[in-house]
Design a protein around this ligand. Structure first.
Ligand SMILES: Nc1ncnc2c1ncn2[C@@H]1O[C@H](COP(=O)(O)OP(=O)(O)OP(=O)(O)O)[C@@H](O)[C@H]1O
Ligand SMILES: [Mg+2]
Length: 305
């Protein structure tokens, strides 16, 4: 069996990563490599996706296979799936997302991959066209990373029999539930399929398939409930401290106005002054204002300062 370190090198190379993985990304991969289910709680932007994107190659290498395996990713939003599939396709990775009805998948073709294109010099990174992929392609395992809504995976007859096929049973090395806080937020009422995701865990049990749940926000109690809901076994929990010392949050309350918004001036003045002094060195700042009209006032104040 190939060592964990060699498998990580192989997976990073196959995915075309131009950075080294962070400690907690590696810790999650190691737990999965060792056959544990995993819950990873990592802040927004930490790099959760790359962990599960590595898995088809990590397990290919571990098992000494000639072909990459399949990771199934449950995701709550089509736009998230589109973004990730597009980025993966740009790198030549076979990724797609299933439509809600479970009748086909969608992927992206780079301009250079279009059929009658023989011009090797063409820039392959600029334009990608969305294209449909048939159930037949999906059934024969043409995709290594497959994204889908929980409803598609659980409520559709064609997809259900595809998942239970011999090929999928052999090739699905990981089931991933991204944005897993949705299980408790939406599972009871709005999108009940989130509450039934343990079915997927049962179709693809350990040790052949590992299970990974990821989120940016979960308390220890929420994690405990999730593990029970999803029927994870032998679970390792990996958390990253969400504190970002370079981010400052401040709430300012203005005094009641006598004239329209003049009490806002006291809050805006130091901000506008600092902005004028520091110009492009002014720290990246977001000002939330709870009324549209007051927002217009603030904009004009800074503009005229
Ligand atoms: N080890 C790393 N070093 C540098 N950049 C990385 C690393 N891992 C991931 N990234 C980059 O970080 C960015 C954010 O990654 P990603 O979208 O996976 O974050 P996330 O944790 O899923 O955030 P969210 O909670 O918003 O979904 C991506 O551009 C990704 O390529
Ligand atoms: Mg993410």
């Amino acid at each position: 069996m190939t060592s964990f370190e060699d498998c990580v090198v192989f997976a990073s190379k196959s995915l075309g990563l131009d950075f080294s993985l962070k400690d907690k990304q590696l810790e999650t991969l190691r737990a999965l490599y060792n056959g544990h289910d995993c819950v990873s709680v990592m802040p927004t932007g930490y790099g959760k996706s790359v962990i599960f994107q590595c898995l088809p190659w990590l397990f290919q290498c571990k098992r000494g296979l000639q072909y990459p395996l399949i990771t199934l990713v449950v995701s709550p939003l089509t736009s998230l799936m589109q973004d990730q599939v597009m980025t993966l396709c740009e790198k030549g990775i076979k990724a797609c997302f299933l439509n809600c009805e479970g009748t086909h998948g969608s992927t992206y073709k780079l301009r250079g991959e279009e059929e009658n294109d023989s011009d090797d010099d063409q820039d392959k990174t600029d334009v990608h066209a969305s294209c449909s992929t048939s159930l037949i392609d999906l059934q024969r395992g043409a995709y290594n990373i497959i994204y889908a809504h929980p409803e598609t995976l659980l409520n559709n007859r064609n997809i259900s029999s595809m998942l239970r096929s011999k090929l999928y049973k052999q090739r699905v090395c990981a089931v991933v539930i991204d944005e897993v806080h949705m299980v408790s937020e939406w599972g009871m009422s709005f999108r009940k399929a989130f509450k039934k995701l343990s079915e997927l865990v049962c179709i693809f049990p350990l040790p052949d398939t590992v299970h990974l749940a990821m989120t940016a926000t979960a308390t220890p109690t929420a994690i405990k409930e999730l593990v029970e809901d999803l029927q994870f076994t032998d679970t390792t929990t990996i958390t990253v401290n969400p504190d970002r010392p370079n981010i400052k949050l401040e709430i300012q309350t203005r005094l009641p106005n006598i004239r329209k918004y003049e009490k806002l001036d006291e809050l805006l003045h130091p901000l506008a002054q600092e902005l004028r002094d520091l110009l492009s060195c002014f720290p990246l700042t977001i000002v939330y204002i709870n009324q549209l009209e007051a927002l217009g006032y603030c904009y004009q104040y800074i503009e005229d300062f």
